[in-house]
Design a protein around this ligand. Structure first.
Ligand code: AMP
Ligand code: ZN
Length: 465
């Protein structure tokens, strides 16, 4: 399996630290609001990567944090007249509602920054003790010059960064590139006791700390959206490697942005949809299909046309699933078609192609094309002369290939049951009208689908043959 590593800017063969196990961390949401459809793209991408690694047999320990203390949290809580803790509790609940709605599996652990305060303080102390950080009047800064590879993740050296950055001049910093790992208390802000007085952590330190405490000194995969490469992930590397002296992350993965009308989605431009709003318009399968129809390192534009086209694609695949489910009811057990060996081999070749695409840096766009080719082939070749086994194998393969993408798992049985109930109703109506011919015709039709009707004093009951 190959993974594109932002650090080396190359696809590299994936070798986990412990065979068969993956330690993976993704930066999660700041829980001050409902998450938007751009955040949803990144969450769905890392959920898919995690699911695919599991499909390939790895045991995945997946941590995704909640940032529940920062400037945005404090501002929103003050506006609402509630505590930062209450705000966090509320939007963590809302996160799970929407994530469940999008069929995003729960991470192994979803830690909250505020639950790690003692460990964060210990982390900051260690950095001071090792000479990588310094305190000024209750604030603690990381000394970027002390960390030799600073800027490497974004492919820049410290001089480029200094020239390009709009750095707020803070007289107390030894160098303009230094960043805060501990911030002294300001009026109206929540704070925690520390050796440097009351205060709260900077943003980057929480991830370094939770990776360390929950996954270890070196982990396999760390990810997030592209915007996090610099400074967030660069600063995580500096803090973590300065503390342990060991390599922090083996594979850095970054998801490209979801844009809207080809522009950046942002709260300030107010040009975004929340995931919840989109879930009211489209099903989870349609949203995920749309998100995964582009490679995760390519930008994707959120447009109604693309969502509508995803919707019809998903419907086409579910039609085939529904047809296969109906065929399973119709086909007699002793149906045994001769030429099915070739088709079994073909099914396996679709599975192989799918794995080849996904093994190539999670190419979901091409993997989806493979599912489409499979569906076309099934539509052309399977019918009520096929055996139950091949129909079942085909159906299971569609489900299997949909599963790492988090799609195609819904049953169409509901709609099948509805169809049966409707036919039974039509038959009752025909009987009332003494249209015996039509009533018998409906009974025969149901019978040919393997459905037996029983007229009981309590009404009509049906069961499968
Ligand atoms: P935030 O809550 O802003 O910290 O973001 C949570 C995650 O969503 C981070 O990994 C961001 O990089 C990612 N993200 C934010 N905006 C977008 C976007 N428009 N498209 C894709 N990912 C995004
Ligand atoms: Zn992070």
């Amino acid at each position: 399996m190959k993974i594109y590593n932002t650090m080396s800017r190359k696809k590299e063969e994936f070798k986990p630290i412990n065979p068969g196990e993956v330690k993976m961390y993704a930066c999660g949401p700041t829980v001050y609001n409902f998450f938007h459809i751009g955040n949803a793209r990144t969450f769905i991408i890392f959920d898919t990567i995690r699911r695919y690694l599991e499909y390939r047999g790895y045991k995945v320990n997946f941590v995704q944090n909640f940032t529940d203390i920062d400037d945005k949290m404090i501002k929103r809580a003050n506006e609402e007249g509630i505590t930062v803790k209450e705000l966090g509790d509320r939007f963590i609940k809302e996160y799970y509602k929407d994530a469940d709605g999008l069929n995003i599996e729960r991470a192994t652990t979803n830690p909250r920054a505020t639950e790690f305060m003692d460990n964060i303080i210990k982390f900051v102390s260690d950095l001071i003790d090792k000479g990588y950080a310094y305190e000024v009047e209750g604030d603690v800064y990381f000394s970027t010059k002390k960390f030799k590879d600073y800027g490497k993740l974004s492919g820049q050296n410290i001089e480029d960064l200094q020239a390009g950055a709009r750095i707020s001049v803070d007289e107390r910093k030894k160098d303009p590139m230094d960043f805060a790992i501990w911030k002294s208390e300001k009026p109206g802000e929540p704070s925690w006791k520390s050796p440097w007085g009351k205060g709260r952590p900077g943003w980057h330190i929480e991830c370094s700390c939770m990776v360390h405490d929950l996954l270890g000194e070196t982990i396999d995969i760390h990810g997030g959206g592209m915007d996090l490469i610099f400074p967030h992930h660069q600063n995580e590397i500096a803090q973590s490697e300065a503390r342990t002296g060991k390599k922090f992350v083996n594979y850095w993965m970054h998801a490209a942005y979801l844009n809207i009308d080809n522009k950046k989605m942002s709260k300030s431009l107010n040009n975004f949809f929340t995931a919840r709003e989109v879930l009211e318009m489209y099903s989870k399968d349609v949203i995920r299909f749309f998100m995964l129809s582009a490679h995760y390192r390519n930008q994707l534009n959120f447009s109604k046309d693309l969502l509508e086209s995803a919707k019809s694609s998903v419907e086409r695949i579910y039609n085939t699933i529904g047809n296969l489910e109906s065929l399973l009811l119709e086909i007699k057990d002793n149906n045994n078609s001769k030429d099915e060996k070739d088709f079994e081999v073909k099914l396996q070749s679709y599975r192989d192609k799918y794995v080849e695409k996904m093994d190539d840096d999670f190419n979901t766009a091409d993997a989806i094309s493979v599912i489409f080719d499979l569906v076309k082939d099934i539509n052309l070749n399977l019918n009520n002369n096929s055996s139950k086994k091949i129909v079942n194998d085909a159906l299971e393969l569609i489900r299997e290939l949909g599963s790492p993408l988090g799609i195609l798992q819904d049953s169409t049985k509901g709609s099948l049951e509805e169809k049966i109930e409707k036919l039974i109703e039509d038959r009752q109506k025909a009987r009332k009208e003494k249209n015996w011919a039509l009533a018998d015709q409906i009974r025969d039709e149901l019978n040919s689908r393997g459905i037996i009707l029983e007229d009981t004093p309590k009404g009509v009951r049906w069961h499968l043959k």
